[in-house]
Design a protein around this ligand. Structure first.
Ligand SMILES: CC(=O)N[C@H]1[C@@H](OP(=O)(O)OP(=O)(O)OC[C@H]2O[C@@H](n3ccc(=O)[nH]c3=O)[C@H](O)[C@@H]2O)O[C@H](CO)[C@@H](O)[C@@H]1O
Ligand SMILES: C=C(OP(=O)(O)O)C(=O)O
Length: 429
């Protein structure tokens, strides 16, 4: 199992390219199931989750090629991938494949809409809470699907097709909004989704579906209207830059000090996090080509945050922000409202000398003057990178174990950080 070894203390300087967003690429890839034509996606990040989804889609009959060729080039870099689901050969998504990744459950929407049936294993993903699928089931039922759960599988049927309807989400869900938008795109008549997720990844998917011939308006607001069409065509579409990767490296620079241009980053995708970083004392410059982050001297101010759906502070940056706060000049409060068990990084950060106590859904962080390197364990994707941020500023050496979590969502992390002056290496074993 690979490990990442970091020797802390170096400031970060230079240019760091931001990859395509994992959480945008995955639903876009799944949208390829909606058409027998080719969907070409540009800027697809080279990540373990993308590779897993390629295998899952292949099981349903989706053929793919990378830059017109089978994949064997430019390992580790964002790519253009062509996906073609000429015919769906299997409407079952098995446990062995779906249990690894939450987003793979989302194939249920397109399979049901196109084939009138889907049998999809209950999903896996980061162990950050119970993560039920009740909203998907209620929403698809509202579109006329018959759904049963048997032996760990959700079995959905709509033999005569889905029918548009109004559905009000009782709680904001990114995944359920993606799925209902895809399903409703091929339903008969109009669907109105209220209290829908407003995340940029929803807008990216809606734009792609519209390029494929769907009639969707309102994505990015809490009310999305979808006029169903009988079929969708192929299209070419670009994955947006990864706002979580952007925020992560911005926090790394705020932690170590230095001056880094996050090339290709888009500020409007993470204004809430950037505003918070400015309050900590980091200087943020929004440019057309990216975001410049600087902290030259001066300590880190403690800032309280509460995670919220977009446009609020993202839960996917909570762990990284906690990493930064471990060395703030005072006390901060970090409240997690999206997932009930997303504090697994607390005990690992403590190994580096962080002082954090938990009170319900709030972590109270008392900044320390210096962290010290230690062996730590990655527990989930974002938790693992919070350890990297802390280790970059810790005195001495830190080894982060179980980096397969990191590889799910961060493209060439050690290469990108090393190019900016960090002492980071991967130890393969
Ligand atoms: C692949 C991907 O894009 N993952 C992101 C997506 O996850 P994901 O789409 O799984 O997250 P959701 O927005 O659905 O979850 C939000 C909350 O709703 C709950 N819920 C969700 C569905 C449901 O049927 N019932 C229910 O109760 C969840 O348990 C959670 O408490 O959005 C999360 C919230 O921004 C991010 O942290 C994840 O990185
Ligand atoms: C929680 C995440 O991923 P997933 O939803 O796939 O578990 C994430 O991207 O931070």
């Amino acid at each position: 199992m690979d490990r990442i070894r970091i020797t802390g203390g170096n400031v970060l300087n230079g240019t760091l390219p931001i990859s395509g967003a994992k959480n945008a690429a995955l639903p876009l890839m799944i949208a390829s199931l909606l058409t027998d034509d080719t969907l070409t996606l540009d800027n697809v990040p080279h990540l373990a989750d993308v590779e897993s989804l390629i295998r899952i889609l292949g099981n349903h009959g989706v053929d793919y090629s990378v830059n017109g060729r089978r994949e064997n080039q430019q390992k580790g870099y964002s790519r253009t991938i062509h996906f073609t689901a000429r015919s769906i050969v299997d409407t079952v998504a098995p446990y062995e494949l779906v249990s690894k990744m939450r987003a793979s459950f989302w194939v249920i929407g397109p399979l049901l809409a196109r084939m009138g049936e889907a049998r999809v294993s209950l999903p896996g993903g980061c162990a950050i809470g119970t993560r039920p699928v009740d909203l998907f089931i209620d929403g698809l039922r509202a579109l006329g699907a018959e759904i049963e759960i048997e032996q760990g599988y959700v079995h959905a049927k709509a033999k005569n097709g889905l029918i548009g309807n109004r559905y009000v989400f009782p709680k904001v869900s990114v995944g359920a909004t993606h799925v209902l938008m895809m399903a409703a795109a091929l339903a008969k008549g109009e669907t109105v989704l209220e209290n829908a997720a407003r995340e940029p990844e929803i807008v990216n998917l809606a734009d792609c579906l519209n390029a494929m011939g769907a009639k969707i308006s309102g994505a990015g607001t809490d009310t999305i209207r979808i006029d169903g069409v009988t079929s969708l065509s192929g299209a070419r579409h670009r994955v947006i830059p990864d706002r979580i990767e952007t925020g992560t490296y911005a926090m790394a620079v705020a932690m170590t000090g230095g001056d880094v241009m996050l090339e290709g980053a888009q500020a409007d995708l993470l204004e809430s996090a950037l505003g918070t970083l400015e309050q900590t004392g980091a200087e943020i410059t929004r440019a057309n080509t990216g975001i410049r982050v600087r902290r030259n001297g001066g300590g880190i101010n403690p800032v309280d945050i509460t995670t919220q759906p977009f446009p609020g502070f993202p839960t996917d940056l909570q762990a990284q922000f906690m990493g930064l706060m471990t060395m703030a000049r005072g006390r901060s409060h970090i409240t997690e409202t999206i997932f009930e068990n997303r504090f697994m990084h607390v005990q690992e950060l403590a190994r580096l000398g962080a002082k954090i106590s938990l009170s319900g859904q709030t972590a109270v962080v008392d900044g320390v003057a210096q962290l010290r390197g230690a062996p730590v364990m990655a527990t989930d994707l974002r938790a693992s990178v919070s350890l990297v941020i802390a280790a970059l500023a810790a005195e001495g050496q830190t080894e982060v174990n179980r980096v397969y979590h990191l590889d799910r969502g961060f493209e060439r992390l050690e290469e990108k950080l090393s190019a900016c002056g960090a002492a980071v290496e991967r130890i393969s074993s």
